[in-house]
Write a protein that binds this ligand. Sequence first.
Ligand code: MSP
Length: 514
Amino acid sequence: MKKFYVTTPIYYVNDIPHIGHAYTTISADVMARFRRLSGMRVFFLTGTDEHGQKVEKSASSMNITPKELADRVVVRFKELWKTLNISNDDFIRTTEDRHIRAVTELWQRVARRGDIYLGEYEDWYCTPCESFLTESQLADGRCPDCGREVERLREPSYFFRLSRYEKPLLEYIENNPEFIQPDNRRNEIISFIRQGLKDLSISRTSFSWGIPVPGDPRHVMYVWFDALTNYLTADGWPDRKGFWPADLHLIGKDILRFHAIYWPAFLMSAGIELPRKVFAHGWWTVEGEKMSKSRGNVVDPFRMAEEFGTDQFRYFLLREVPFGLDGDFSVRALKGRINGELANELGNLLSRTVSMILRYHGGAVPEPTPSRLRAELEKKVMALVDVGSDESVYRDMATAMDRVAFHDALSSVWRAIREMNIFVDRARPWSEKDEHTRANILYTLAEGLRIIALYLYPFMPSSSERIWQTLGLKESIEEVEKDPHADISTTARWGGLASGIKVKKTGPLFPRVQ
Ligand code: MSP
């Protein structure tokens, strides 16, 4: 059985969760569910990044300890993942013992390689980004990434010989075009490395909220050395062999340098296999503006889910913007997608299908008559929907998912939904006199919806389950997802829907919003 290991960044606990956190985690959840459905053994990891100067500062401004702050905020993250129906297999906190052990071990391996030495750091530091900056990197004296103030540091520090890895990294990235995606981000990383890599400061002495450096507890480890290692810790490293290497690190574009340069360099140094892919998504603005606390326009994912529905919110985030590009969030756009694609195109199709089966067949899914010549349109629906057909939208969906192109995966499924809407309008089952023909039309609609629900399940798990329940199916899609012996290549075969089962009348799948 093939394995798939997908991760989100671990989130800082100095801030409560917002749309940016929700975005990465939802995208990882969609990927994890998709891979499980296609029969893979999946490990899906998320968690919290609890050490470092930024968390320490936040806590002290609130007059609590950093650990108290972490314990408080971690609850919010866990609640959000529940609300958003996130199916992570583990949740890692960097203050856990298992993590401290793994990071200490990684440090020692890198040190044994001769890649760590003691020196003095004298330059700039951006605490919000937890990043070291040189004079020439500053933009008008500020952080080039977040635009905030930087501070001057001068303190003893351990350094990692990043310069040693300049050539091996470049070679690796050039020989493995899939390693860093999308391409424009990959090119940015290549030119960054080409400008030359200086050794990296990996410890601090001016504060104490971190993992002590082995053998020299006056130093705490640099929070990114600590944080990146979470991907190994949760997999059981170094004690047991688990899912490593990660198949996909999903991150935002702002933290690509840490994942595409530092992380692979640490791993090369320690002699550990590199992750297969690092994919950086874009950033959300809100109604055209940068999202920030001072502007007061931070989008609260709890509120969105409560007001518009979890699946609606998940769908919007992955449909609205091509994954990898920046996008703009607005309630108007969200409502437009809910009323348009979700309510009109999908929800309506389900309610029309169910009410016709109720009206013409007493609520029982009709028996199709395979020998009867099927209309062209009916054949087209089958060809688009059936997982086994050459023209199946599932094929496009699967290649889109390999490219981490969630928006394309959704448009592929929507091609089938639109075709079914065209089919029902042209086939006009309500004015069909021939009983067999009408039975075939209604079976095609019900069976099409059953399979489409499977395809949409990674994106909108509860709504997909509701489609199955409405069609009268006893099983749940979650069972297919979890069952190592069931996968989409058999479940989404045309004809799997048994005739005679009773559909259920229910309210709208996606209520319209004003
Ligand atoms: N702790 C580090 C990650 C360590 S991973 C080993 C960190 N944490 S964070 O809490 O700041 O969360 C970062 C994630 O949220 C990033 O992937 C970032 O891109 C994402 N976003 C933060 N604001 C965002 C938007 N406005 N839009 C989209 N994503 C954004 O960095």
